[in-house]
Write a protein that binds this ligand. Structure first.
Ligand SMILES: C[S@@+](CC[C@H](N)C(=O)[O-])C[C@H]1O[C@@H](n2cnc3c(N)ncnc32)[C@H](O)[C@@H]1O
Length: 310
């Protein structure tokens, strides 16, 4: 949403601003955490993920954190079989990779295999520029995200709410103006902020594929034993046609008998609830295998279009 936000470190004011939807986390703190070595790796990674929980880029939250998807790992492991010594995972929209780190460790302990994971992530980096108390952040495709002046910032996110009718044209005009004017040319280049948990940086079994999940990559054909897509293929984020196309691509990337998991986490008063569905690739098609908590909202889109998404 295009709006004025307050950029503050942790503190009592943060929660008030969050409730008023006027809070955005300090992105320069993420940079310090990824480079720093004064605190322990675990402490840095924890704070890194906590800050990312409040980061919104192109209408999609970066929400993440160790332990967030443990229930899903425990559920899915009983459906997985490992015939060869190696096991390849694709985590689509893996944010900072901390949930991938968790899953890899869980599978290694419970499946007794050498598991390797690739994280397919579109918003892995932000381009950062600065002069004095002014900081300017651009997304991977050079689109303005945030202009910060001291503790105040202007967030260039389009809104899907009613207020978007008024604000979105303003956002588009200002973004266009900033892009034409190339504000960054007048600032010091602070390098790229890589939105990767410090824990993952030190994990040799995790690699990044910095790519759009809707981009077809023939090099990944029939490569993965398990593909996971949590909290990214949500109906609120993408159209039914886009979701169906994504499922087709992901099916293509699965090995024969490989599993596809799609889920969405819903915050309830008793804690997070994961609604998930699981499919198995059989020949060229995927077949539905099981559901958790009523299944994924994506199931109806896959079912409506038939069981053969290829
Ligand atoms: C809410 S996070 C999910 C993190 C993790 N999977 C989880 O469930 O805890 C959604 C992630 O999807 C990424 N994303 C959004 N659109 C994408 C796209 N078109 N291709 C790849 N990744 C995308 C976002 O950058 C974000 O990191």
């Amino acid at each position: 949403m295009f709006k004025l936000v307050c950029i503050l470190p942790n503190g009592p004011l943060k929660n008030v601003l969050k409730r008023l939807r006027l809070y955005y986390p300090p992105l320069h703190r993420l940079m310090a955490l990824s480079k720093g070595n004064t605190e322990s790796l675990v402490a840095r990674s924890k704070e890194f993920s906590e800050l990312l929980n409040d980061v919104l880029i192109n209408g999609v939250w970066k929400r993440t954190g160790l332990g967030r998807l443990t229930i899903l790992d425990e559920w899915v492991v009983s459906f997985l079989t490992t015939s060869s010594g190696s096991f390849k995972i694709l985590d689509v929209g893996g944010s900072d990779g901390s949930t991938t780190f968790d899953t890899l460790r869980y599978f290694q302990e419970n499946l007794n295999v050498e598991a390797k994971a690739a994280i397919l992530e579109l918003h892995l980096r932000l381009h950062c520029f600065r002069r004095g108390c002014l900081r300017y952040y651009l997304t991977h495709d050079q689109s303005p995200l945030l202009l910060q002046i001291g503790p105040l910032g202007v967030l260039f996110e389009e809104t899907k709410g009613k207020e978007g009718v008024v604000f979105n044209p303003i956002v588009r005009i200002i973004k266009k103006y900033l892009q034409c004017f190339s504000l960054e040319k007048y600032l010091k280049n602070d390098g790229d902020l890589i939105l990767q948990s410090p824990l993952v940086e030190n994990s040799p079994n995790i690699i990044w594929i910095e790519q759009n999940l809707f981009h077809f990559d023939p090099a990944m054909a029939e490569t993965f034993d398990f593909i996971r897509c949590c909290n990214v293929l949500n109906c609120g984020y993408f159209s039914d046609a886009q979701i169906y196309d994504a499922v087709r691509l992901l099916t293509f990337y699965l090995k024969h008998k490989g599993l596809l998991l799609v889920s969405r986490t819903i915050d309830t008063s008793t804690g997070p609830l994961h609604t998930a569905s699981l499919w198995m690739k059989n020949g060229e098609v995927i077949q539905h295998i099981s559901d958790l908590n009523g299944g994924s909202e994506v199931k109806k889109i896959v079912t409506a279009n038939g069981p053969t998404p290829q």
